[in-house]
Design a binder for this molecule. Structure first.
Ligand code: FO1
Length: 309
């Protein structure tokens, strides 16, 4: 069985690490959100691709979930002295990756080609691919106006009240040709923010058409546990978008494209209501702290997908 894992952000990367420990490289492809990407200090930054690459390389900063472990901050300290922007924390080791990617992109390489070479440099064997090599840029419409993703997420720390999220695409982003949907037997939507990490992926028409066709089982793992997000603004955004911040509401949000839903043991009471949406449900621990947790959840998802096949 070949699984397409849809991921973005830190929660998604954790489950992908579990999957990479359970599945050989030819059994899974990680399709990553690029809506967070932006140009900064003359560098092309792709945070979700980097978060997943570092996580799979066991080089990610364990405290933050993004950036490098054993990092130093000499460059950004000097940037401060020049009055350059330092709100987006770029460590010295992380900068090497952004320099290489920016230089290769300027040389005409695609984001997929660059990501592959960075993965090789970090010893990552599994396929980490941007959902598209065409630009998709997430913008968040808030009470403080239309904000670019990193301005909303990092600079303003997700404080502005969200009215809507949109995905700017100069031309309709094409699905990455490295993702051969005919070879995909199952799809797993990782526990990422539905609005900021998964919706940018669903903005790629060929992917959404494929999911809606229902040819293969599609399982989503709830990013909400007991009415709150484990990390990030998911619960806050749901409330601001007039949705109850429950795993049931996330399932409803995905109901057109998923036929399986995984909720944490503490949300077992919602199993019946979830089945009422017409989807199969697995109740299992979904909070991932240790590698063991990530592997256990990955195994539960793989078993669920093969049962639905
Ligand atoms: N997230 C922050 O909240 N603050 C930062 O200063 C920050 C820097 C950063 C640098 C490189 C990188 O790859 C990611 C970084 N992130 C930071 C995370 C980034 O905002 C991602 O977009 C989020 O993880 C959401 O996916």
């Amino acid at each position: 069985m070949k699984i397409l894992a849809l991921t973005g952000g830190i929660g998604g990367a954790k489950l992908c690490l579990g999957l990479a420990n359970v599945l050989a490289p030819d059994r899974v492809i990680f399709a990553v959100n690029v809506g967070d990407d932006f140009e900064h200090l003359g560098l092309y930054i792709s945070p979700d691709l980097d978060t997943l690459t570092y996580t799979l390389a066991n080089e990610v900063n364990p405290e933050t979930g993004w950036g490098r472990s054993e990092e130093s901050w000499q460059c950004i300290t000097e940037l401060e002295r020049f009055g350059a922007p330092t709100w987006f924390r770029l460590g010295d080791r992380d900068l090497a990756l952004h320099l290489v990617r920016s230089q290769k992109l300027r040389g005409g390489a695609t984001l997929s080609e660059v990501t592959q070479s960075l993965c090789e440099g970090l010893g990552v064997q599994h396929a980490v691919v941007p959902i598209s090599d065409d630009p998709i840029r997430t913008h968040v419409d808030t009470e403080q106006g239309l904000l670019s993703f990193q301005d909303y997420f990092v600079r303003r720390r997700c404080e502005p009240k969200v009215r809507a999220v949109e995905f700017r695409q100069p031309q309709r982003a094409r699905l990455n040709p490295r993702i051969d949907l005919n070879a995909i037997d199952a799809v797993l939507i990782c526990p990422s923010n539905p609005f900021l990490s998964i919706d940018p992926l669903l903005a790629v028409d060929d992917l959404t058409d494929f999911l809606k066709m229902g040819r293969v089982p599609v399982v989503a793992v709830s990013p909400i546990v007991g009415n709150r997000a484990i990390k990030g603004p998911t619960a806050k955004m749901m409330q601001e978008l007039d949705m109850p911040s429950t795993s049931l509401r996330v399932a409803k949000y995905y109901e057109e494209i998923v036929n399986g839903f995984v909720v944490d043991s503490c949300d077992a009471a919602s199993k019946q209501a979830l089945e009422g949406l017409g989807m199969q449900v697995v109740v299992t621990p979904t909070i991932m702290n240790s590698l063991h947790d990530k592997i256990a959840l990955a195994k539960a998802c793989c078993e669920f997908l093969s049962e639905l096949s």
